[in-house]
Design a protein around this ligand. Structure first.
Ligand SMILES: [Fe+2]
Length: 238
């Protein structure tokens, strides 16, 4: 392991080893997404043009994303942000990018979201105004919700933005960023090893979620707009 620091940004420095992990993960997932990811993700991926050999800087990410949707990427040294803090940033259209990078032992799956997940999984979507409008639903609702409703909002976000599936011309495609950035769980889901239900408020809120392992169920919708309408249906009750 080469632990020499390589400065890629005024506010963040990563090691050669961390850049090498990025490059390895990028190579693995880039070969998967063209086949398995949904159209929206692929559109955003073309727009964002992530580097394949190094961790990108926040400056270069924001230069593409902010003019398109108003969202801004902000770095955090917190490994797993508390939901209240997370949604406080979300309400300002700030997306937190952790400095934590998974290790060589966790290439296929990391229970904690790392910077590869945050950047490669989420950020292509944030170049798209229609996706930003979907994300914009969650924070205002969370901020006015009671404790039980907050748990429900987190669950609806988990099974849509993080782990949702979408139908495209009869095929099942990956919408959730947690699946896009995890080759192990992506393969597991698409191999039919995970039970799939329709993404409805009742189905999602009736299901117990696990966070430290592969999901025990996944949820599918017909389109980004179908996810938006279903989440709206719950949010309007708050
Ligand atoms: Fe995520």
């Amino acid at each position: 392991m080469n632990a020499a620091a390589v400065t890629t940004s005024p506010d963040r420095a990563f090691t050669e080893d961390q850049h090498a992990i990025w490059a390895t993960l990028y190579a693995r997932q880039a070969s998967q997404i063209s086949q398995f990811a949904c159209r929206e993700y692929l559109d955003g991926f073309d727009i964002l043009q992530l580097p394949d050999d190094r961790i990108p800087t926040l400056e270069e990410l924001n230069a593409v994303i902010t003019p398109r949707t108003g969202w801004k990427m902000v770095h955090t040294s917190v490994r797993y942000s508390d939901a209240t803090d997370w949604y406080r940033h979300f309400a300002r259209r700030e997306f937190l990018i952790t400095d934590y990078m998974r290790s060589w032992d966790e290439l296929e799956f990391t229970p904690e979201p790392d910077m590869f997940h945050d950047i490669f999984g989420h950020l292509p979507f944030f170049t798209l105004p229609e996706y930003a409008a979907f994300q914009d639903l969650f924070a205002p609702a969370f901020n006015r919700a009671n404790a039980d409703q907050r748990e429900n909002i987190k669950r609806l976000a988990w099974y849509s933005t993080e782990f949702g599936l979408i139908r495209e011309q009869g095929d099942l495609k990956i919408f959730g960023t947690g699946l896009i950035s995890s080759s192990g769980e992506m393969a597991h889901a698409l191999a039919g090893k995970t039970p799939i239900q329709e993404f409805t408020v009742e189905n999602v809120l009736g299901h117990d979620k696990v966070i430290w392992s592969f999901n025990s169920a996944l949820f599918v919708a017909d389109s980004l707009d179908a996810f938006r309408r279903e989440v709206m249906r719950y949010i309007e009750t708050i």
